[in-house]
Design a protein around this ligand. Structure first.
Ligand code: ADP
Ligand code: MG
Length: 282
């Protein structure tokens, strides 16, 4: 990873909560511009604490957070600039939503930036469109389903036109159809050049979706690697208390029985089935 393409960098970041719990214990990791990142770690590993450092909600007690090469400026104006570039979507949508209607809620951020009403309207329409909620603009937030509320939260952050979008366990609590919708919205954002970082417990999803994987345990990033390198990083997964993607063991078993070639490595069951169907035995 070269330094000049790193958008967000944590260097030895340390943070202890007022009650003495250790949130981060010298955490270092880098997020490359334009990449899709999955942050994996057991409950309590420090993922949410790390995210709160990404947009300056928490300030490191040790170490430094750099955005676009520059240490974060914790003045009011500095934080305001940072938060226009880095959008954070909390795990619990009720923590983020506070307005009566969807449009009002999504408008709040851009209005706060001092943009004129036409620009705000354009941004809000585009953001609602990106998450598939254009039809729900005038609905009351409290009448929405959990999955829709999550998407309103994402729209609210998108309306700020962030360069980096961070989502804390976005798939948690969503059914399959809602996950697929959210995923296609995220892929659309990535295609527009937005850098994505999300925390997830779904290792299979992380393997097939992410460009870069970051493992956290006990307040530290214990490993960062290209997702494609996952089969060689099973020891790191184990050390962080994480299982391996199922497709890795399946593929290995099929190779051992002479049913598939050792390469290419499938990163999803769908890819594995496709290889079996084309009889890729080179
Ligand atoms: N508000 C808080 N007050 C005290 N301790 C906290 C608070 N939030 C998190 N922690 C502690 O910090 C550590 C990291 O938590 P967190 O960042 O929420 O992990 P994760 O998101 O990976 O589950 C845990 O030990 C947790 O108990
Ligand atoms: Mg968390």
């Amino acid at each position: 990873m070269s330094f000049n393409d790193v958008l967000l960098q944590f260097e030895q970041v340390a943070y202890r909560y007022p009650d003495g719990s250790i949130g981060l214990d010298g955490c270092s990791l880098g997020i490359r511009a334009g990449s899709r990142n999955a942050l994996l770690g057991a409950n309590g590993a420090g993922k949410t604490t790390l995210f709160q450092h990404a947009n300056g909600l928490l300030q490191p007690q040790g170490g430094v957070v750099r955005y676009a090469g520059t240490p974060v400026d914790y003045s009011r104006a500095g934080l305001r600039r940072l938060r226009t570039d880095i959008g954070l979507v909390f795990q619990n949508p009720d923590r983020q939503l506070f307005s009566a209607s969807v449009r009002e809620d999504v408008s709040f951020g851009p209005l706060n930036l001092g943009l004129d009403t036409d620009t705000v309207r354009q941004r809000v329409d585009a953001a609602l469109d990106a998450v598939g909620l254009a039809h729900a603009a005038d609905k009351a937030v409290h009448n929405l389903s959990f999955g829709q509320k999550k998407r309103v939260c994402i729209a609210g952050v998108l309306a700020m036109e962030p360069k980096l979008l961070i989502l804390d366990e976005p798939m948690a609590g969503l059914d399959n159809a809602m996950r697929e919708e959210l995923l296609s919205a995220l892929n659309g954002l990535h295609a527009k050049g937005i850098t994505l970082l999300l925390a997830t417990h779904d290792i299979d999803f992380a393997y097939r979706w992410a460009d870069d994987i970051h493992l956290m345990a006990r307040g530290r990033c214990t490993a960062s690697f290209a997702s494609a390198a996952m089969p060689a990083r099973e020891d790191d997964l184990k050390a962080a208390g994480l299982p391996s993607p199922q497709v890795i063991a399946l593929h290995r078993a099929l190779v051992a029985r002479g049913l598939l070639a050792a390469t290419p490595l499938p990163r999803s069951q769908r890819e594995l089935v496709a290889l079996l169907e084309t009889g890729a035995l080179s």
